[in-house]
Structure formats: C-alpha cells, structure tokens
Write a protein of this length. Structure first.
Length: 639
C-alpha cells in the first residue's frame, strides 16, 4: 500500500462520483449503485490493469504492483458507496424538500416546519429555485452560501457514521473472515483481477468476455440505430401475462431476463445461497397467489406485511450470527478489559491481522455511536429516540453486511425494514413526539432502501481483501475512512453541480426528488391521520423471526439443508424480480458442474463467468462514457 495508490484513488473518486451522478441523476435509466458489485469500479480497475501490463514488461519501475491495484479498487468502492440514489443524492434533495414543496394545500409548514433542524436544511428560496429549475450555477455566492452550513453539518455526521461502521467491521473481521470463512463472492472478481500472474492469460476469461461484449455492442448500436439486430437480455418476457386466471393473476409482474453479469455473479455464489434467492422469490409469489385465492384484496396481496417480515428475518440473521460467534466476542472483551494488544497468532505481526487492539476498536465504536446519537439529538430527536434509532440502524447495517459477506447477491433490497418502520409497527405513531417523527423524514436517506448502496459491506470487503498480509490493515482502515468521507463530499458536490445546471425538476431524470419528498409525505400523513400499532405487522415480524431462527439452527445440524432465510429477505423487493432467472441459470449450471466435474471442473470454467461479468461491465461502461462525452442517452445494460 503506497502513497501513489492512495493519490491515484483520491483523483479518481470525484471523477467517479461525477460519472455516477450523471448516469443516475442526469440521464437516468441505469443505476450502478443498485448493484452490489459497482461496475464503475470494476471498469476503472480493468483499464488500470490493462494499461499496467505493458508497463510491467517495458517499464517495471513505473508499473503498479498488485497491492496498489487492490488498494485503488478498495478505496474507489468505499468512496462510491455514498453516491447512490438512495443515499447521497437523496440527502442533497432532502436539504431543500420540506421548504420547496410546502404549499398551503399540503399544510407542511403548519404541520412540521417548526420541528425541522434549520441548521441542517436549506430554506433560501432563491438558492432552491436555481437548484430545482436549473439554468444556473452553484458557483454564485448567493447560491453557494446557503448550502455551506448544512453540508458541513452532514459531513460531520457522515464521518461519525463511517467511523462507527469501520470500527464494528474491525471487531467482526476475524470471526467472519478467518473463523467462519465466509465466502465474500462480491470480491472474488476484483481479487482475481489484481493477480497479474495468471488472470489475464486464461482463454475462458476472454471467451466469456467476448460473448458479453459482442452482445452489448449489438444492443448498444440497436439502441441508437434500430435497424441493427439485437439480442434482448433485459425483460424479454413477463410471466404475469400468462398467469392471468384466478388466483394466479395475483402475481401480475414476473419478468424473465438473462443479464450476463448476473449469471456470472450467481455462479460465484454458494449453491445453497443462490438457490435461496430465487426460491425465496417463489415464496413471495406463492403468498400472493394464496392471498388472492383466499379473497384478500389486491393491495394486501401486494404488501403481505413484507416490511415487518424482512425486519424479522434480518434481526434473526444478526442475532444468530452474534450467538455463533459468542466465544470470539467474549475473547475480545477480555482482551479489551485487560488492555491486551496481542491479537495475532504467534509469529505474525499484530498489524497484519487486526487494524487496532480490541480496546482501541471498542472505544472508537463507542465514540462514533455516541457521536451519532448526539447528532440525532441536536437534529431534533429526544435522547432516548436518538439512542434507539442509531443503535437499531447500526444493527441493521451489520446484518446487511453479514448477508452480503455470506451471500454475495447481485443486489440487496430490504425496503422499509429500518428503525422507523420497526418503531411505528410496534408502537404506532402517536406514541412518539412530533419532533421524533419529523427527524425520521430528515434522516430518510439512511433507511429508505436499506439503502441499496451501503458503505458498511464495502468496508468489510476491503478488510477481507487486505487480510492475509496483502495490505497493512491499520493504514488501509484509515485510508478507507478518509476515502469514504471524501467520496461523500464529492457526491454532494456532483449532485449540486448538476442540479444547478439541469434543474432537479426541469430535466433531471433520477428518482432522488421523489425519494426525498416521500419521507415528508409520509410524515404529513402520520400527522394528519396517525396509524395505530400494526397487530398484523407485529405478528408477521415475530413469525418471520422465529421461523428464520429455526431454519438457521437447522442449517447447523443438517448440512445439506439448502435454504437460508436471508435469501427470502433479499428477494422481497423489485430488483430480484429482474435477477431471479439469471440466478436460476447460474445455480443450475454450477450444480451440474460440481456434480459431474467436481472442484477441478469448477475452477476451469470459473474464468468464463468472470468474463461474462467483465464483458458486460466494460462495454456497458464504455457506452455510458460515450453518452456522457457525446451528450446523448446511451444504451443501459442494466434496468
């Protein structure tokens, strides 16, 4: 790990943030941060690795070493985590939404303006007009000044948030990486790409790459010139159009796709976990059919208390993982209490195994979490609500990190399973003070879609890539923390820059405006018509929890048991509807390969599936770069 690698990363992070914001917010139609493996980072790593090959031969002193390429990938992934449409983009739009969209008809000003933390929001109408209407510039003082204080305040919170997540990841790293040996499927491709000795010489890699690349070239040219033939890999059939008789018509939307990158990622997943994803979707579809057969309304069949069910699953997954690692946590506590620094095996330096000593890591965790709670209190929450909200959110983030480390799904939607939904499901709305309800809208960017682009899994994956002596973990830990904060600041700048040019309401196609106002619309409905505690939601959460715990216990006793409840939670929302068939194809192929060819055959065909991912990501990225530079909407290989 060198200063050169860190410097290159810091140059690329704002460029990548601008690229992501342009794709998701300005052009729309493709959302890289919805995917677990960010194709922007993979594309940059691919370009650097290819440019590095001739340098290794002709100018080895200048060439990047494998550890430097690995460092660049880790820092770019962590730096991009806050750029997602659910996170940084929504945060910027939340800053002005309660004032810009307040009208006498909706009554926002009368209902909750007095409870808003003004120091974290922008109420200057002139600055907001330029932001929402466009044809202006951020770099005028009257536009720039109103954003300074809110952005500075939120950057403090982002630092505390990332610090806490980094510290918790440092606590669980050894247990999940070395003791349980979770597979981390998402990082298998980047890890292989940084092995310059063998990766680029495999014929199967280029066969898969060429197949996916040609497919995307054809589809890209067809998008611009319809006379060119194409092979549709997106939604080419909707099973809902066939299942039209009662009660099968309760399914409605069930798309069939064949994304090459999803087939590749599904092949890297463990068999039981890829099975759990597509089979979990079947369970959700079955609930809709049964509900329709029993005469429940279509609205109920579409919801089926899905959010409480997902909450029950993730709570069970987290608590079961903590219980299975209880001896590790007890050992950490004893070391922290005694002040021991020796956490590494004999003969190995401590800094090559753990970022910090247990006492230091626990103190950093406590400092970060208490800082987040204090920030929430300053933002309007009561002390008790701030403590509960931040603690539950951190637990949710850790559960998501566990699921991704074990599963490696192409995406993870856990919509509406955060602390605000859990609290209102159990206690209703009238239990909480209005300022606490208002704060859930201000912090809506934290918990709306889990969020899909979550920094904590990227952090643990970075520690996994650096483990085994590949990179010095203390320096990597600090570099990731700085890269995450720098990436968050770059995201806020990129959103403001583009919105003042194009206008958030005038020309921008991203959903961030809708996401930002969704939290305040929900808040307004809570105030006008406060819902009671949901008895059905409570029961659904409890049933999901105990069933999930039973399945997890069964998996420790029956090794062949193929279903994991986390697959059920991950498949609850819309994204797995687009990916279930590629995962089914990958599961079928991998099962046949392992059954009839064994591990040797699996290793031989694995480069082909690496190539499928790379080919689609590289050519798909090139189309997006061409659209950015040429000023046109290019072919989007995803969604």
């Amino acid at each position: 790990m060198t200063l050169r690698a860190v410097g290159i990363s810091l140059i690329l992070i704002p460029l990548q943030a601008f690229w992501i914001i342009h794709m998701e917010l300005v052009r729309g139609g493709i959302w890289p941060t919805v995917l677990s493996l960010l194709f922007t980072v993979v594309f940059i790593l691919f370009v650097l690795a290819l440019l590095n090959l001739p340098l290794r031969r002709w100018w080895p002193r200048v060439a990047l070493r494998d550890g430097e390429l690995l460092t660049i990938y880790i820092l770019l992934a962590v730096g991009a985590a806050l750029s997602g449409c659910d996170v940084g983009q929504t945060l910027v739009h939340i800053l002005g939404a309660p004032f810009h969209f307040a009208t006498p008809e909706n009554g926002w000003a009368a209902h909750f303006h007095r409870d808003l933390p003004r120091w974290l929001l922008v109420s200057d109408q002139q600055a907001l007009r330029g932001f929402y209407n466009g044809a202006s510039t951020l770099y005028r003082w009257d536009n720039f000044r109103p954003w300074l204080k809110p952005v500075a305040g939120w950057m403090v919170f982002i630092f505390l948030l990332l610090l806490t997540m980094h510290s918790v990841n440092a606590l669980v790293r050894r247990q999940w990486v070395e003791a349980e040996r979770l597979t981390f499927p998402i990082v298998q491709l980047p890890l292989a790409m940084t092995d310059s000795a063998t990766f680029w010489r495999q014929p199967g890699l280029w066969l898969g790459f060429g197949l996916a690349a040609v497919l995307n070239l054809l589809n890209g040219f067809h998008f611009l010139f319809p006379v060119v033939p194409h092979l549709n890999c997106k939604i080419f059939f909707n099973l809902g159009r066939v299942l039209i008789s009662h009660p099968w018509d309760g399914i409605r939307w069930w798309p069939v796709t064949a994304y090459p990158f999803a087939i590749g990622l599904g092949f890297l997943m463990p068999l039981d976990l890829s099975f759990s994803c597509w089979f979990g979707l079947l369970l959700w579809k079955a609930q809709k059919v049964v509900g329709k057969a029993l005469g429940y309304p279509q609205q109920w069949c579409a919801a089926m208390y899905s959010q409480p069910q997902v909450s029950g699953v993730w709570i069970a997954v987290l608590l079961f993982a903590l219980w299975m690692g209880r001896r590790h946590w007890q050992g950490l506590w004893r070391l922290a209490w005694k002040g021991g620094d020796k956490t590494s095996p004999p003969g190995r330096r401590p800094e090559t195994v753990e970022p910090f000593a247990p006492r230091t890591t626990l103190l950093l965790t406590a400092f970060g979490l208490l800082g987040m709670m204090a920030f929430g209190h300053l933002a309007g929450m009561t002390v008790g609500f701030a403590a509960a909200y931040m603690a539950v959110y951190l637990a949710f983030s850790l559960a998501l990190t566990r699921m991704r480390a074990e599963f490696g799904p192409p995406c993870h939607d856990l919509y509406g399973a955060g602390p605000d939904q859990i609290f209102t499901t159990w206690f209703g709305v009238e239990t909480f003070e209005r300022r606490n309800l208002t704060s859930t809208a201000v912090f809506y960017w934290l918990s709306r879609e889990s969020p899909r682009s979550h920094p904590m899994p990227h952090q643990l994956e970075g520690l996994r890539l650096g483990s085994g002596g590949r990179l010095p973990l203390p320096r990597l830990w600090g570099a990731m923390l700085f890269a995450g904060c720098f990436g968050g600041l770059a995201t806020l700048w990129a959103v403001l820059h583009n919105c003042y040019i194009f206008g958030s309401e005038a020309k921008v196609n991203g959903p961030a405006t809708w996401f930002a106002t969704e939290g305040f619309r929900r808040l307004n409905s809570w105030i006008v018509n406060p819902p009671e505690p949901s008895v059905g939601g409570r029961n659904a959460m409890l049933i999901a929890f105990f069933v999930s715990w039973g399945i997890l216990w069964l998996r420790t006793r029956v090794l062949w048991f193929p279903f994991h409840p986390a697959g059920y939670a991950i498949s609850s929302w819309w994204a797995i509807n687009l990916l279930w068939f590629p995962l089914l194809l990958a599961w079928t192929v991998k099962k046949l390969v392992l059954r009839y060819g064994g591990l040797r055959a699996y290793r031989r065909v694995q480069p082909f599936f690496f190539g499928l991912i790379l080919g689609e990501f590289v050519v798909g990225s090139l189309w997006q770069i061409a659209g950015l530079l040429g000023g046109f909407t290019a072919y989007a290989f995803w969604i």
